[in-house]
Design a protein around this ligand. Structure first.
Ligand code: BDR
Ligand code: CA
Length: 318
């Protein structure tokens, strides 16, 4: 009997770490990626969507890619271009080639809901993997709550049990659209959160970068240049390890035994002058409030990095 693949839908804002995730998810022997919706985040939508299309073309990925929301629910447009550059990702090598390929549509929210309604008819399940601001996901909940309830879980890279990155209190994906995150965390769909606290246990070093750069082939060479620039975000000499964010979710889908979780209530701070966008995780082990989130607390960082490189090498070779 053939292996039953887990169906996933990827919502992302490429972004270099989104690139790695897209590649791992689409080339995984364990997963079927039914579609990719893109959201504004690391850069404005025109840039993140353009990046997604270039990534698909470079690797010849067979997956529909849709544009999604251009602005947060409140109309804002927070990006990470101050850190990542205009393109939402930088390289020390060759630039990701441009492509004439177009998006399969510009209603990513509608495409996700259409996919879920098709799944509903055959009683099949989809896991929604969301690694950008949660605007598309919240809009899908507003437009198709019933279809969204058929998801087996929403797996998020975002938030933190401790300090933030975009602000002292908030992680970027949540800060970019806190009202959307609030809708998602209150949806009663099971949420699995990979926040900064766990991603900071999965560290990319120059040794990893040099290994990728030693691989043969144009795709590996292009990817290696971006990986190098990503690794040097914290220190230009590359000496300080850089946390891996979005790909950690893809690696959990492959090797859940490398992670430890705590179930807890999580609320999104919408009002705080200094804390807007904070994920307030109640880790006190009190039974009084309903639990809405499986929070990733621990990762075997070395094993996760080893797996990342192994999967990446396979993905580039297939
Ligand atoms: C998250 O923010 C983005 O810059 C990354 O792609 C990741 O999804 C990390 O805070
Ligand atoms: Ca991202």
């Amino acid at each position: 009997m053939g292996l039953q693949k887990r169906t996933v839908w990827l919502d992302c804002d490429p972004g270099f770490d989104d690139w790695l995730t897209l590649l791992l998810v689409c080339r995984s022997p364990l997963l079927h990626c039914a579609g990719v919706s893109v959201v504004a985040g690391n850069a404005p939508l025109a840039v993140t969507l353009g990046n997604a299309l270039r990534i698909r073309a470079l690797h010849g990925l067979q997956v529909p890619v849709y544009g999604g929301c251009e602005r947060s629910l409140m109309g804002g447009s927070e990006t990470a271009q101050n850190i990542l550059g205009k393109q939402g990702m930088a390289t020390l090598g060759e630039t990701l080639p441009s492509t004439a390929q177009k998006a399969d549509g510009m209603d990513g929210v509608g495409a996700l809901l259409t996919h879920l309604r098709g799944q509903q008819a055959s009683q099949a399940k989809t896991t929604l993997v969301a690694i950008g601001p949660l605007t598309n996901v919240a809009k899908a909940l507003q437009q198709g709550a019933r279809a969204m309830q058929t998801l087996d879980e929403i797996v998020i890279m975002g938030g933190s049990t401790d300090r933030g990155n975009h602000t002292p209190a908030a992680e970027f994906n949540i800060f970019a659209d806190p009202e959307a995150a609030d809708i998602v965390f209150r949806s009663s769909i099971p949420i699995r959160m990979f926040g900064l606290n766990v991603c900071r246990q999965v560290l990319l070093t120059q040794t990893h970068v040099q290994e990728v750069k030693s691989w043969l082939g144009a795709e590996a060479q292009i990817l290696g240049g971006y990986l190098d620039a990503y690794q040097r975000i914290r220190s230009s000499d590359g000496l300080e390890p850089m946390p891996m964010y979005d790909p950690v979710v893809a690696l959990w889908l492959h090797a859940p035994e490398l992670f430890g979780f705590q179930d807890a209530p999580v609320d999104i701070e919408l009002d705080g002058k200094l804390t807007r966008g904070m994920t307030v995780c109640d880790l006190r082990n009190r039974a009084a409030r309903p639990i809405n989130t499986h929070i990733a607390m621990r990762a075997d960082g070395d094993a996760v990095m080893t797996l990342l490189l192994k999967q990446l090498k396979k993905a580039l070779a297939s």
